[in-house]
Design a protein around this ligand. Structure first.
Ligand code: PYL
Length: 283
């Protein structure tokens, strides 16, 4: 997971409505809807979402606080209907403040883990796993369906792996590639997965791309055409600038929104499954 910089998220909170509109134009669904689909539930989740209070705790560990990160998370969670606040103190003092102000859920991120915890249901949502599912659900919405199709997944880290498993759960076959072959070892014998020996082989296998490497420009203008659809979570953007210029409307990308929104819905689902809400499973 590449650590965001302050510039990557500057002003993001003010652009949420615009981004939501763009996502709906691209996929036919908005941010909250895709996040809920990624979590596998609909029903009265919105109700639970509104009921619980989330404390967002800045953490100074490692490379420290990213300017605007906690405030951007607050903007995203508020935008999808959650009651939340950023603690005035970081770290342990922030945790104390969150609990004493009645938070039932905590959002926090250090340089390795970004998580959302439910203190009553004793469960958590992980940013990498949820970002993978959220962007996979967005690509599926854009494509109409992935059932019976092949999807190319580039990068077998937590995000790519989570997306690959989501696509297979939705009836697709996955061709997965990582420049470090050992990261694909878990897929070698797995049904509906094929490990590509090269980037070119992976890109030739499908017109649906999920780009989850930490490299820039993994997908270039030559790799795209009018029927290519791409989901490219996070920073750096893995699609080259000339490809974005020509085919940007076919690329689903954001630095943080869909991952955070997907975490929020994933956590409500997990809490509900542990009896902390009545939620109906979609068929
Ligand atoms: C969660 C983001 C998504 C992509 N990369 C991840 C990242 O940048 N992680 C580091 C987050 C550090 C936050 C810092 C703070 O401001 O509390 N500890």
């Amino acid at each position: 997971m590449t650590r965001l910089k302050e510039d990557d998220i500057a002003g993001l909170g003010r652009r949420l409505e615009l981004h939501d509109r763009q996502l709906r134009q691209q996929t036919g669904r908005g941010l909250a809807e895709i996040a809920a689909l990624a979590a596998g539930y609909r029903g009265n989740l919105q109700y639970r979402l509104k009921k619980v209070l989330v404390g967002i705790v800045p953490l100074t560990t490692g490379e420290g606080i990213i300017g605007g990160f906690s405030e951007t998370v607050e903007a995203i969670l508020s935008y999808i209907g959650m009651k939340c606040f950023v603690t005035s103190m970081p770290d342990a003092a922030g945790m104390v403040e969150a609990v004493e102000r009645g938070a039932g859920q905590i959002f926090m991120a250090d340089d390795l883990t970004c998580t959302m915890l439910d203190l009553q249901a004793h469960c958590s949502a992980d940013n990498g796993v949820c970002t993978g599912r959220g962007f996979a659900a967005a690509l599926e919405a854009r494509a109409g369906s992935v059932r019976g199709r092949t999807v190319t997944v580039l990068g077998a880290g937590p995000v790519g792996t989570s997306a690959a498993e989501y696509f297979v759960s939705r009836g697709a076959d996955v061709v997965i590639y990582d420049k470090m072959p050992e990261k694909c070892s878990q897929f070698v014998e797995k049904p509906h997965f094929k490990v590509a020996g090269s980037l070119a082989e992976a890109l030739a296998a499908s017109s649906l791309y999920f780009e989850a490497t930490t490299a820039r420009d993994t997908i270039t203008l030559q790799d795209m055409s009018a029927d290519t659809l791409v989901a490219a979570p996070g920073i750096p953007l893995g699609v080259s600038s000339d490809a974005m210029e020509r085919f940007g409307s076919q690329v689903i990308h954001d630095p943080l929104e869909l991952g955070v929104a997907s975490m929020a819905f994933d956590l409500q689902v997990k809490a509900a499954l542990k009896g902390f809400d009545e939620t109906r499973k979609i068929s």
